[in-house]
Design a protein around this ligand. Structure first.
Ligand code: NAD
Length: 393
C-alpha cells in the first residue's frame, strides 16, 4: 500500500546546522554542462566551504581539473565525492547506484519532481533533503537564481541557429544579380523566455517572425522585438497562476488551432516553446498541418520533454513527416556547455548563499519562500504540496 504523504508545517522543519563540503559530480548520459565552473569556487571558499569535484567533471565545458585545482577545489573520483561531500550538486538526478554510495544527505539539482515524483518519494524515504532548482518560485528576488530562465534563454538562441543550419535556404532577404531570395518565414509558438530569445535571434538573422502566446501581456514584448503577435480572443486568464500559462478550454484550443493552421502552412521554420508548468505541453500542430508545410521546412520543438507541440514530436529524436524535419531536442542548452555552465553555476551559487551562513554552515531557513519553494523533500517528508498531491493521486 502506498504511504500517505502530508505536508509538515514549516515550524516542524528543524534547521540543520553543520559545516560542509560541497561535492560536484560529472554529469552522465551525454550531458555536457557542469554545476560549477572554477570561477564560482572563490565565493564558496570565502564562506570557508570546501569543494570537491569529480575528475574531468568540467571538461565538456572546457573547464579542466587544473583550473579547479588553481581555484582551490579538490579533484577526486566519483566515489570520493559521494563519500566526502555534505551537499551533492549535479544537474541531472543521481542514479540509484550513486544514491546507494552517497554519504551526503542534501542533494541539489534539476530533479523535475513534477515529472519524477516517484524518485522524490524514494529519496525522501531514504531521508534525503532534495532541493530542485527548477521548483524555485519565479519572483523578482529569485531572478538571479532562475535556472529555468538562464537555460531557456540559451535554448531559444540555439534553436534558431540549429534551424538556420538545417534549413536548405537563406534566412535573410537578398536581391542579387542571380535573382531575389525572399526572407524565411518563422513561426514561434510560446513567447516565454525561450520564445523571446528565439524572436530576437531570428530577427537578427533576417527572418520574418509571427508569434502565438495565450498570455496577451506578452504582445508588447513580442512587437518590441520586431515580430508580429497573432491574437486569439478568449484565452483563460493566467493572472491567478502568477502570470504563467494555464490550460485552455477546448473551445479556445479549437479556435487557436484554426488560426495557427493558417500560419503553419505559410511558415518555413517553426520554433515550439509552448509549455504549461507541471503539465503536458499542448499539441498545437496536427498531422494535417504538417502536411500543409513546404518540403524542407524545419520545426525545432523545445517542448519535447513534456510531449512536444506537434503530433509527431519525439523527445531527443528527429522525425521527418512530409519532408518536414521535427527536431525534438529539449536540452539545447547543453549544446553551449561553457556559457550554460557559467550561468547555471552562478544561479546555483546565488541560491547556495541563501542556505550557507557567512561562517560556512548550512542553515535551512524554511521561512524563506525561495528555500521552502525549492525544497521538495526534507526529514523523510515530501515538503512540496504539488509533488505530495501528485503522489497521493
Ligand atoms: P514556459 O516555458 O512555461 O512557457 C513558454 C510559453 O508558452 C509561455 O509564454 C506560455 O504562455 C506559452 N504557452 C502555453 N500554452 C500555450 C498555447 N496553448 N499557445 C501558445 N502559447 C502557449 O514559460 P517561461 O519562459 O518559463 O516563463 C513564462 C513566464 O514566466 C513569463 O511571464 C515570464 O515573464 C515569467 N518569468 C518570471 C521570472 C521571474 O520573475 N523570476 C523568471 C522567468 C520567467
Amino acid at each position: 500500500m502506498s504511504k500517505i504523504f502530508y505536508l509538515v508545517p514549516i515550524a516542524y522543519l528543524h534547521p540543520l546546522i553543520l559545516v560542509m563540503t560541497i561535492g560536484v559530480l560529472k554529469e552522465t548520459n551525454g550531458e555536457t554542462r557542469v554545476s560549477l565552473l572554477p570561477e564560482h569556487i572563490a565565493v564558496l571558499k570565502k564562506h570557508g566551504v570546501n569543494v570537491v569535484i569529480e575528475n574531468a567533471a568540467g571538461e565538456n565545458a572546457f573547464a579542466f581539473d587544473t583550473a579547479y585545482e588553481t581555484a582551490a577545489a579538490k579533484c577526486a573520483s566519483r566515489n570520493e565525492v559521494l563519500q566526502q561531500a555534505d551537499i551533492i550538486l549535479s544537474i541531472n538526478a543521481l542514479s540509484n547506484t550513486d544514491i546507494d554510495n552517497c554519504k551526503a544527505k542534501i542533494l541539489f539539482g534539476f530533479y523535475q519532481p513534477l515529472f519524477n515524483a516517484a524518485n522524490i518519494k524514494s529519496l525522501s524515504e531514504k531521508n534525503f533533503t532534495v532541493f530542485s532548482i527548477d521548483m524555485l518560485p519565479r519572483t523578482t528576488r529569485a531572478q538571479s537564481m532562475d535556472v529555468l530562465s538562464s537555460q531557456a534563454n540559451i535554448a531559444g538562441y540555439k534553436a534558431v541557429l540549429l534551424a538556420a543550419n538545417l534549413y536548405p535556404k537563406y534566412f535573410p532577404m537578398f536581391m542579387t544579380a542571380a535573382g531575389s531570395i525572399p526572407p524565411a518565414k518563422m513561426l514561434i509558438l510560446g513567447a516565454g523566455v525561450a520564445g523571446l530569445q528565439a524572436i530576437a535571434t531570428a530577427k537578427r538573422l533576417g527572418a520574418v517572425v509571427e508569434v502565438f502566446d495565450t498570455r496577451p501581456q506578452v504582445k508588447e514584448e513580442v512587437m518590441s522585438l520586431g515580430a508580429k503577435f497573432v491574437e486569439v480572443e478568449g484565452a483563460a486568464d493566467a493572472a491567478k497562476a502568477g502570470g504563467y500559462a494555464v490550460e485552455q478550454t477546448e473551445e479556445f484550443m479549437a479556435r487557436q488551432k484554426a488560426r495557427i493552421a493558417e500560419s503553419v502552412s505559410k511558415s518555413d521554420i517553426i520554433i515550439c516553446t509552448a509549455a504549461i508548468p507541471g503539465k503536458k505541453a499542448p499539441v498545437l500542430i496536427t498531422e494535417e498541418m504538417l502536411h500543409s508545410m513546404k518540403s524542407g521546412s524545419v520545426i525545432i520543438d523545445l517542448a519535447a520533454s513534456t510531449g512536444g507541440n506537434t503530433s509527431h514530436t519525439k523527445n531527443n529524436d528527429t522525425v521527418v513527416v512530409n519532408a518536414v524535419s521535427i527536431i525534438g531536442n529539449s536540452n539545447l542548452a547543453a549544446n553551449m556547455p561553457s556559457d550554460a555552465s557559467k550561468l547555471y553555476g552562478k544561479n546555483i551559487l546565488n541560491f547556495l548563499q541563501l542556505i550557507i551562513t557567512k561562517e560556512g554552515e548550512i542553515n535551512l531557513n524554511f521561512e524563506d519562500d525561495l528555500v521552502n519553494g525549492t525544497c521538495v523533500a526534507h526529514g523523510g517528508v515530501i515538503t512540496n504540496e504539488r509533488v505530495a498531491a501528485l503522489l497521493n493521486a
